[in-house]
Design a binder for this molecule. Structure first.
Ligand SMILES: Cc1ncc(COP(=O)(O)O)c(C=O)c1O
Ligand SMILES: [Zn+2]
Length: 419
């Protein structure tokens, strides 16, 4: 199945499926892809998912391509959903699930987006794929592009964690390390991509990345026997993951695969909280906006050490704010200290190693539990969006120190006896 058109998040104007731009021609807003949901609802249920396909393309009925032969040959998605009983019990919750997207080919959630962006680039005959990234979107794009031999140019802040830069270089991307922040990398990538006619996968701007991200919702519901969870907690920077998660849930609902919608909770660092602030401000106003075009999201000066969610201007901000407000989710901010503390909590109580941005989702859920913003019996999915090996410097700050001994068994015995 392919998609039927585009709709603007801000002004709601629609464009036909052959519209070649990425943003709304009327107002410059971000676009979302539409599908013939009523038709899909009536169709044979075998259409969805494609049985036996071990990756996100099992949901071909709700993906924007008919050329799956052009998809990257790597296994993207179908990551495990763990019922983390001990972790949940530590804050009085019975049904906490961890969706471990750190197990994707390049070790982050971003492989979902990259896979669909790459497919679109190849389908439309692009010769180069480019993108700006806090690190993960770029290393993912580099990995996927390498798997099909597509030239790839990635713009990252020069201070991105070493592991992410190493990934970019190992996969053979042309890496432009920008002296500045992610937002500077984003703008540079926009300019050169337009000038050179490259396929630009920049988050928010490119509507196809959201299509990959929504597949996580399809998987979560499939893994829960086609039942929606009560909540999904999503660490948020630009807001593209959270908007993708909400779109995936809305689409499953529209085609009758799930019978109710979950709440989507936005987790941010206090030191990079543009979306949470906007949600709170709108809620304080007491009424849902009737005109989303009139909503503005004030930029912040992000300083969080959770590099993947360190964003001044959220590039999919409006769609993210809508996801939280329309779903009735919470907007939760946590300190960087709590984010770091969440890394060993996840690792020691669930066996899952998360990078700081990913641990932010758990830190936020812990806070929601402590503040009684969630009920003990709710089924809550915490997205683990990136693997802890992406940023071992942060992990080592909270992991403790090894016991150093000489090569001497007596020293080890003494240590063990001391407990
Ligand atoms: C590990 C991780 N978590 C969360 C996010 C936030 O996603 P978004 O910027 O779409 O809000 C990112 C984005 O780079 C990420 O890499
Ligand atoms: Zn518009």
């Amino acid at each position: 199945m392919s998609f039927s058109g585009f709709k603007c998040f801000a002004c709601a104007r629609e464009q036909p499926a052959d519209y070649a731009g990425f943003v709304c021609p009327a107002c410059g807003g971000n676009l979302e892809l539409l599908y013939p949901y009523d038709e899909l609802k009536k169709g044979p249920s075998a259409l969805f998912p494609v049985v036996g396909r071990p990756d996100i393309f099992r949901y071909a009925a709700l993906l924007p391509s008919t050329r799956l032969d052009l998809a990257a040959p790597l296994r993207i998605g179908m990551t495990p959903l763990y019922h983390a009983k001990r972790l949940g019990a530590s804050v009085g919750l019975d049904h906490v699930y961890l969706k471990d997207d750190g197990l994707n080919p390049s070790a982050s959630f971003k492989d979902r987006a990259g896979a669909v962006a790459l497919l679109r680039a190849r389908e439309t005959g692009a010769s180069v794929i480019a993108g700006a990234s806090t690190g993960n979107a770029g290393s993912s794009m580099a990995c996927l592009a390498a798997s099909v031999g597509m030239p790839c140019v990635i713009f990252v802040p020069e201070k991105a964690p070493a592991a992410k830069i190493a990934q970019l270089l190992v996969f053979g991307a042309k890496v432009i390390a920008v002296r500045g922040a992610y937002d500077d990398a984003f703008d540079l990538c926009m300019k050169i991509s337009t000038e050179r006619g490259w396929f630009n996968r920049n988050t928010g701007f490119n509507p196809f990345t959201r299509e990959g991200k929504k597949t996580c919702s399809f998987e979560i519901c499939e893994q829960l026997a086609w039942q929606a969870p009560d909540r999904v907690v999503v660490a948020t920077g630009d807001g593209n993951i959270i908007s993708g998660i909400w779109k995936g849930m809305r689409e499953l609902h529209a085609i009758g695969r799930i019978d109710r919608l979950p709440k989507i909770d936005c987790a941010q660092s206090e030191a990079s909280a543009a979306i949470c602030k906007a949600v709170r401000q709108l809620r304080a106003g007491g009424r849902l906006p009737s005109d989303w075009n009139a909503v503005t999201i004030a930029p912040v000066s992000a300083t969080t050490l959770a590099d993947s969610i360190s964003v001044d201007i959220p590039r999919d901000g409006l769609a993210a704010v809508r996801a939280v407000i329309e779903s009735g989710g919470n907007a939760v901010t946590v300190s960087d200290e709590k984010i770091l503390a969440a890394i060993p909590e996840l690792a020691r109580q669930a066996g899952v190693f998360a990078e700081p941005a990913a641990a932010c989702a758990w830190a936020a859920l812990r806070k929601m539990a402590e503040e009684k913003l969630v009920r003990p019996g709710e089924r809550i999915v915490c997205l683990i969006t990136g693997n802890g090996l992406k940023d071992i410097t942060s992990a080592r700050r909270v992991a403790g120190e090894p016991f150093t001994v000489d090569n001497n068994i007596d020293a080890v015995r003494r240590l063990m006896d001391e407990g």
